[in-house]
Design a protein around this ligand. Structure first.
Ligand code: NAD
Length: 242
C-alpha cells in the first residue's frame, strides 16, 4: 500500500533539510524523484547522492513553474516543500521581508499547485502534499514570525480549498505540519541558546525532530495507503500542539 513503484514525484526546496529527506524517502518507496530547488550548487549534488534528477527552480516565479510543468511528464506526486522564515518583530518588519515570506510560502505553493495540478487533473490522478507547519495552527511565540505563521495557516487552508475543488477529479491535496525540526533553517538560521531551551521545554517529547522523521508522513499521503484522505493536515510535532 505504501509502495510508490512506477510513480513520478517532484519535491521543491529539497536540496537540504526536510525536503531532501522527503525526496530520499519517496525514492526509497519506489518513486522516480526530481528535486527542484533554487540552489543548484547544493541541489545537484544532493540529487545525485540519492539517484534523483535535479531542476533549478525558484517557486516564486510563476513563468518558471509553468515552463517546468510543461517540460516534465505529468506527475503522480507533487511536494511543495520550499519555504523560508524571517524572524523580525512585526512592528519593525520591512515590506521586502514580509513579501518574500508570502511569495515563497504562499504564492510559490499556489503556482506549483496550479501548474502541476492542471496536468494531474487532465490525467485524473495525483497527490499533492505541502509542507505547512505547526506554526500555521498556533502562534508560535515567543519568536517574532507573524508573517511565517500566517503564511503556513494559508497553506493549511489552501490545502483544504484545493482538496474540495479537486476531490471529484482524482487529485488529492494534503499537508504535513512539522514541529521544530533540526535543519539548516532552524539550527543555522534561528537557533540561540534561549530559543533552543524554549523549543525543548515546549515540545512534550523534549527534543527536535530529525528531518527523516517528517518524511514518512509524506510517503503515506503520497501513496495509495491514504487513498480516501484529502484536505488533511498531518501534524508531526512531538506533541507541541496537543
Ligand atoms: P531549509 O532552509 O533547511 O531548506 C529549504 C530549502 O528550500 C533550501 O534548499 C532552499 O534552497 C529552498 N528554497 C528556498 N526558497 C526557495 C525558492 N524560492 N524556490 C525554490 N527553492 C527554495 O528549510 P527546512 O527547515 O528544511 O524547511 C523545509 C520546509 O519545512 C519549509 O517549508 C519550512 O517552512 C517547513 N518547516 C520547517 C520546520 C523546521 O523546524 N525546520 C518546521 C515546520 C515547517
Amino acid at each position: 500500500l505504501f509502495k510508490l513503484d512506477g510513480k513520478t514525484a517532484l519535491v521543491t526546496g529539497a536540496a537540504q533539510g526536510i525536503g531532501f529527506e522527503i525526496a530520499k524517502a519517496l525514492g526509497e518507496a519506489g518513486a522516480k524523484v526530481t528535486i527542484a530547488d533554487m540552489n543548484p550548487a547544493v541541489g545537484e549534488a544532493a540529487a545525485s547522492s540519492i539517484g534523483a534528477a535535479f531542476e533549478p527552480l525558484n517557486v516564486t516565479d510563476p513563468a518558471a513553474v509553468r515552463t517546468l510543468a510543461q517540460k516534465l511528464d505529468a506527475l503522480d506526486i507533487l511536494v511543495n516543500n520550499a519555504g523560508i522564515v524571517r524572524n523580525v518583530p512585526s512592528e519593525d518588519i520591512s515590506n521586502a521581508d514580509w513579501e518574500v515570506v508570502m511569495s515563497v510560502n504562499v504564492n510559490g505553493v499556489f503556482w506549483c499547485c496550479r501548474e502541476f495540478g492542471k496536468k494531474m487533473l487532465d490525467a485524473r490522478k495525483g497527490s499533492i502534499i505541502s509542507t505547512s507547519s505547526m506554526s500555521g495552527m498556533i502562534s508560535n511565540h515567543p519568536q517574532p514570525q507573524s508573517g511565517y505563521n500566517a503564511s503556513k495557516a494559508a497553506v493549511i487552508h489552501l490545502t483544504r480549498s484545493l482538496a474540495g475543488e479537486w476531490a471529484g477529479r482524482g487529485v488529492r491535496v494534503n499537508s504535513v505540519a512539522p514541529g521544530y525540526t533540526a535543519t539548516p533553517m532552524t539550527i543555522l538560521g534561528l537557533e540561540t541558546p534561549e530559543w533552543r531551551e524554549t523549543w525543548l521545554k515546549e515540545t512534550p517529547m523534549g527534543r527536535l525532530a530529525e528531518p527523516r522523521e517528517i518524511a514518512p508522513a509524506v510517503v503515506y499521503l503520497a501513496s495509495d495507503a491514504s487513498s480516501f484522505v484529502t484536505g488533511h493536515t498531518l501534524v508531526v510535532d512531538g506533541g507541541y500542539t496537543v
